[in-house]
Design a protein around this ligand. Structure first.
Ligand code: FCA
Length: 323
């Protein structure tokens, strides 16, 4: 009897000690300078304040820095981390590093894959529904082409491409499919592969596409995010295609898009399908906190939605997206 009581008491003490251990969560992102990721961090901070855990934000621009960051988190006694890795093919390395350090891991935005390119099912994921959101981009552009009464034969479409990232391919192919469904000529769609997912690389890629296709009177542009489309818009501007002759629709809706849509005069950046940095930053952090504290295992996969935001409806869209 005594021994049972003692054992029970010990168990209670152990549980209490465990509960008292401060929760520390890492939030690792591939491009810390991008407004989208800064927003995710901001919302993750909000979760940290509300739930009372420590948040460690680290930029991980390459594989080496990523592994160092994970090991560093372990040394700081973090129990888990949320990650958007610099390359989805690092999936197995991420899983191994987490396991080695006895940490939990959730991926955000970019789904991690194994050596054969298959999503790693044991890592819970929150991403966007890339193809559906891409379709919203294409539909928005098609509607604008119609509203402007452009002859589609005279319109070129730039697909700023980063096909090694599955979500990027899904997004831009969704956009292309929507354009095709609206009767856009396939032969007028030009691929512009970017070497990195930033504005400068998109600018360079779009410039080449524009040079090679001088026959078009108007242009439209799609890409994986606002930065990609902004690059194409700037390149088109450089060649005299301004707001009247260019319709670019991005994906994201963070500060880059906000700045552009609030310039006194419209630019070729017509709009952006806004996605939820709040859900990606806040909810993944809360899911991780709940997982660590035994309150529940995160859903295996969540795919979030977007809304087309233009100059005309931006205030309303922000409100509806809770941002
Ligand atoms: C990817 C892109 C980011 C953002 C995010 C949701 O990681 O690179 O710009 O769109 O998905």
């Amino acid at each position: 009897m005594k021994r049972t009581l003692l054992a029970a008491a010990t168990l209670c003490l152990m549980a209490a000690a465990h509960a008292a251990e401060p929760v520390k969560i890492g939030f690792l992102v591939k491009q810390a300078e991008e407004p989208w990721f800064q927003d995710e961090w901001r919302y993750a901070e909000q979760a940290a304040k509300e739930k009372g855990f420590a948040l460690v934000k680290i930029g991980v621009p390459n594989g080496e820095k990523m592994i160092a960051a994970i090991d560093n988190l372990a040394a700081q006694k973090a129990q888990g981390f949320v990650i958007c890795a610099p390359d989805v093919k690092l999936g197995t390395a991420v899983e191994r590093a987490a396991r080695r350090n006895n940490m939990k891991v959730i991926s955000v935005d970019d789904r991690l894959v194994d050596g054969s390119g298959k999503p790693i099912a044991s890592i819970p994921h929150m991403g966007i529904s890339g193809y559906a959101i891409g379709k919203q981009v294409g539909e928005g552009i098609a509607a604008e082409i119609k509203a402007r009464k452009w002859n589609m034969a005279e319109v070129g479409a730039i697909r700023v491409a980063y096909d090694q990232l599955p979500t990027a391919k899904e997004r831009t192919m969704g956009a292309v499919d929507a354009l095709k469904a609206a009767g856009f000529p396939v032969a007028n769609i030009v691929d512009a592969p970017q070497s990195k997912t930033d504005t400068e690389s998109a600018f360079n890629a779009a410039n080449i596409a524009l040079t090679k296709n001088a026959r078009f009177k108007h242009w439209v542009a799609v890409g994986l995010n606002d930065e990609a489309v902004l690059g194409a818009v700037r390149a088109a501007e450089g060649r005299g295609f301004k707001a009247d002759n260019m319709v670019g629709v991005g994906i994201g809706g963070a500060r880059a898009a906000e700045n552009e849509l609030n310039k006194p005069a419209p630019t070729g950046f017509y709009g952006s399908v806004m996605i939820s940095a709040r859900e990606h930053g806040y909810q993944t952090s809360v899911n991780m906190y709940n997982w660590i504290t035994g309150k529940g295992v995160p859903p295996a996969e969540v795919l979030t939605k977007g809304m087309l935001m233009t100059r005309a409806n931006q205030a309303d869209v922000r409100k509806q997206m809770g941002q």
